[in-house]
Design a protein around this ligand. Structure first.
Ligand SMILES: [Zn+2]
Length: 555
């Protein structure tokens, strides 16, 4: 966004309101108010170019552009540096509308970072204005995007963890009677027709902006066919119910988009009775937004085209289109977000399930030890901006540390440990309380030890120096020798045998590292945290009989 883009918006508005000719003076005034620090000469140049562009738009295109900006809300355009929740002019003042938002996922996969932005921002706006936040499962695809098992429980658990509990929960699959009512109304009003053209032939006609013969159907005939579809007399593929839109619309996908079709063998784990006619997402989504009184839609840019399509329906019914933000895509560096990639990977056994630490599902991030507040902080920073955003892992980690540092008890951890027996280990004298008198067996990391030759001296950190006698890869032996801290000799973390507990650490790449940590780790409950010195933050996942399972959060 910049002066040029904002000037264009106002030029479009002004042109639309003044018979296609924008007044440059008015637009300059707006631009000056919006960018008080900018050089006026530069502003004028940008505005003049924008006005020229807007004035050159053909009438239909100008209307489309006006609608697009109107949809986003003129006052809502987030400026580049503006973060957090914007003020909604329409939700304030004496004529304020109530703010009703919805999070409307297809439950064919779990809640993941890709839809967290829409979910959280919808929640946040509803709460900011004392409105309602609705969770609506859009599960009307009984062929390909079928709902996963326990979708409701999984989503609600995640939303609860995020502290974004919905006020109401709906399933589209339980609202078929309502959709049928509206379909019949559309048919009655002559706005829909049952098309039985072969799909290739239909597409060819529509590309040529030509109506197919079915479009001339009388409503009574359409209704008769629709009831045949409902009663399973007409079979899958025979008819498609289409909405009459604009055959001359520049985008062919807008022309007479489909409303409903038959599915002979629907597969749907929630539908108690078998239904034959299934609504399109585009139709179901509009009806539900209207019926539920949704006033603010927050969804991804990929849905911005829906506005154009859905507007026909809204106009036919005389409904008011909700306010809408279309946000950019959100990516998190190094995390797998694509729902189809996730599903495929799980089916092929490459991932261990929805909670695999490599995945960007809310469950996986939670299990790794991310704090919900850190995720929300990051989201608040990108807000509802229309541009795509990539969140760097280091940023998320910085936020997360802020929340988890205080509750993460610091302790020694030795990765891939080997047993070290030390002769003449000093009794007392050691700075570490865990070094009990006479203790001679220690756990130390095998890797650095493997690099030393017999006779070399290393240091047990904060304790004493040891001369290595032997190391066979599993067990090492040595003797305590005199000497202090010396930058030339390697210092090793260590734990006394008996003061250590075995740990398995699930890493971010799903590999598992084994080690030992201070035995107080064994007393922590699942969900509690620790900070392993020189290793990173971990979250206790499960306490086994002789092993603590933790997940690596980050360094
Ligand atoms: Zn047709």
């Amino acid at each position: 966004m910049g002066v040029r883009e904002d000037a264009y918006r106002y030029a479009v508005k002004n042109a639309f309101q003044h018979g296609g000719k924008a007044d440059a003076g008015a637009v300059i005034g707006k631009a000056k108010a919006l960018y008080p620090d900018k050089d006026v000469k530069d502003l004028v140049k940008d505005v003049q170019a924008a006005v020229k562009e807007a004035n050159a738009l053909p009438a239909a295109k100008l209307k489309a552009e006006f609608d697009r900006f109107d949809q986003e809300g003129w006052e809502l355009r987030p400026k580049q540096k503006e973060i957090g929740l914007l003020s909604l002019e329409w939700a304030e003042g004496p004529n304020a509308e109530s703010v009703v938002t919805r999070f409307a996922p297809n439950p064919n996969g779990p809640f993941h970072l890709g839809n967290l932005r829409a979910a959280y921002m919808s929640y946040a706006y509803a709460k900011k204005y004392g409105g309602r936040f609705i969770l609506r499962f859009e599960d009307t695809d009984a062929k390909i995007k079928k709902p996963i098992e326990n979708a409701e429980r999984l989503f609600l658990e995640d939303l609860k963890w995020l502290e974004c509990v919905p006020d109401e929960v709906f399933w589209a699959s339980q609202r078929f009677d309502l959709y049928y009512d509206y379909l019949r109304k559309l048919i009655d009003r002559g706005k829909a027709y049952a098309c039985n053209c072969e799909s290739g032939a239909w597409r060819k006609l529509i590309e040529e902006k030509t109506a197919c013969p079915c479009r001339a159907q009388k409503p009574a005939e359409t209704l008769r066919i629709f009831e045949k579809m409902v009663s399973n007399e007409a079979k899958e593929g025979e008819y498609v119910l289409r909405l009459k839109t604009d055959l001359n619309h520049p985008d062919p996908s807008v022309r007479d988009w489909w409303l409903a079709r038959c599915v002979d063998e629907p597969e749907h784990n929630r539908m108690k009775k078998k239904v034959h006619v299934w609504p399109s997402f585009m139709f179901q989504n509009s009806v539900d937004d209207h019926e539920m009184g949704v006033t603010l839609i927050i969804r991804g840019q990929e849905h911005s085209q829906n506005v154009t399509k859905q507007r026909f329906l809204y106009d036919y019914f005389g409904w008011r289109f909700p306010h809408a933000f279309h946000t950019g895509r959100l990516k998190l560096e190094g995390i797998i977000l694509s729902k189809s990639d996730i599903k495929k990977g799980i089916e092929e056994g490459r991932f261990e399930g929805w909670e695999d630490p490599r995945l960007g599902t809310i469950r996986a991030l939670r299990r790794r030890g991310f704090d919900a507040r850190a995720l929300k902080d990051v989201l608040m920073e990108v807000g509802v901006a229309p541009n795509d955003a990539t969140i760097s892992m280091s940023k998320l980690i910085d936020y997360n540390k802020k929340y988890i540092e205080a509750e993460s008890e610091r302790m020694t951890f030795v990765a891939e440990p080997v047993e070290l027996t030390v002769k003449n280990a000093p009794v007392g004298g050691a700075e570490k309380a865990t070094l009990a008198a006479g203790a001679q067996k220690f756990w130390v990391a095998g890797k650095p030890l493997g690099k030393l030759k017999p006779g070399a001296v290393f240091r047990l950190k904060n304790a004493f120096n040891v001369k290595l006698a032997s190391f066979d890869g599993k067990k090492a032996a040595g003797e305590a020798v005199a000497g202090g801290v010396d930058p030339k000799i390697v210092g090793l973390n260590w734990l006394v045998d008996g003061g250590a507990t075995a740990v398995a650490v699930k890493m971010a790449d799903a590999s598992v590292r084994h080690g030992v940590a201070e035995s107080r780790l064994a007393w922590k409950k699942p969900g509690e945290r620790a900070y392993f010195d020189k290793f990173g933050f971990v979250r206790v996942d499960e306490q086994g009989k002789s092993l603590t399972n933790v997940w690596f959060t980050h360094e």
